[in-house]
Write a protein that binds this ligand. Sequence first.
Ligand SMILES: O=P(O)(O)OC[C@H]1O[C@](O)(COP(=O)(O)O)[C@@H](O)[C@@H]1O
Ligand SMILES: [Mg+2]
Ligand SMILES: [Mg+2]
Length: 347
Amino acid sequence: MTITENLALPVGTTLDRFIMRKQEDFPFATGELSQLLRDIALAAKIVNRAINHAGLTDIGGAYGKQNVQGEDQQKLDVVANIRFIRALRNGGEVCAIISEEDEEVIQTGNHKGKYIVAIDPLDGSSNIDVNVSIGTIFSVYRRLSDQGCEGTLEDCLQRGVQQVAAGYIIYGSSTMLVYTTGCGVNGFTYETSLGEFFLSHPNITIPTTGSIYSINEGSYNQFQPAIKQYVELCRERNYSARYIGSLVADFHRNMLKGGIYMYPSTTKAPNGKLRLLYEANALAFIVEQAGGKASNGSERIMELYPTDLHQRCPLYIGSTEMVEEVERLLASSEASVSSTISATAHN
Ligand SMILES: O=P(O)(O)OC[C@H]1O[C@](O)(COP(=O)(O)O)[C@@H](O)[C@@H]1O
Ligand SMILES: [Mg+2]
Ligand SMILES: [Mg+2]
C-alpha cells in the first residue's frame, strides 16, 4: 500500500469519540451511561473474537444444559453471557442485570451503579454453528430504587418507554454495533485490525414501507387467520420472503431496506416466542427512533407492562405501514370473530 493509498484510508469517527460528543449535548451528563456503552462495546469485541474462532476452538456446539426457557444452551450462549456480565460488573455502572441465560436477576454488587441492563447475550442461537449472522441485544434502564443497595425486581420490570438506551451487535459479514439513546439511531462497524468501532451508518431511518417480510412459514398452520391472510397478501404482491432465523439479523436487514419481521402467537406458543425485556423492547426503541413501529398486534410494545423477567410477547416490527396493515387485519378478524360469537349467542 502506498503512502498516498494509506493516507486515503478514511479514519472515521470512533464509537468512543461519538459517545463523548453525544455526552456534550447533555450538560448535566455525568458520563456513567457513556462508560456503560463502552463496557458493552468492549465485551462485544471479546465475544466477536470468540465467535470468529469458534470453528477453530472447542467453544462451538451445545453446552449440555438448558436455560430458564427450556432451550438447550450453546457454549457460545454461556461464553457471551459471562463476558457481558463480567464487563458490566467490572465497569461499575450497572447494579443489576436481567439475562436470557439466567432465571433470576443478577446482582453485580455495584450498589452505587445507577443502571439496569436487560440482555440477550447471544441471539439466533440456532445459527451459531452454521456460520450465519447472530447477535446480542441490550436495553438500559435507570434504577428506580435508591443507590447504595441491590437492584430490585421493580427496577427490572420497567416498561420499554423507560429505556435510556438500547442496541444490538450483529456478528455477520462485518460486525456492527447499532444503538440509540433516544436521539436517533447510529451504526458502527468494527475494524478488527484497529480494534475500533467506526461510525459507518449515521442517523439510520427505516423506509415507511417495503417489500420484504420475515416470518417462519414453517409454523403457517398455527397462525391466526389474519396472519395467514397477511402472508397471502405478501405472496400476491410478490414481496420477498427473507427469514434468517436470527432476530437481530432479520431486523437489521429490514431496518435498512424496509420490511416487516413477525413472530406471531401460534397455537403452540400463544404468547409467541420472543422475550419482552431483552428482545422486543430494545428493538422497539430502535425502530421507533428510526421512524418505524413495533407492536404485539394491538398494542405498542414499549407501553407493555412487564410482569415477569422472561415473559414473551408476539412481535410485529419494522416499516410503519406494514405493521399497521397487520394490526388492521388482526383487529378486523377479532371483530368478525366476536360478531359471529354474539350472533350465534342470540340465535
Ligand atoms: O426457529 P424459530 O421458531 O423461527 O425462532 C427463531 C427466532 O428465535 C430466536 O433465535 C430467539 O432468540 P435466541 O436465539 O436468543 O433464543 C430469534 O433470534 C429468532 O428470530
Ligand atoms: Mg434472542
Ligand atoms: Mg439468546
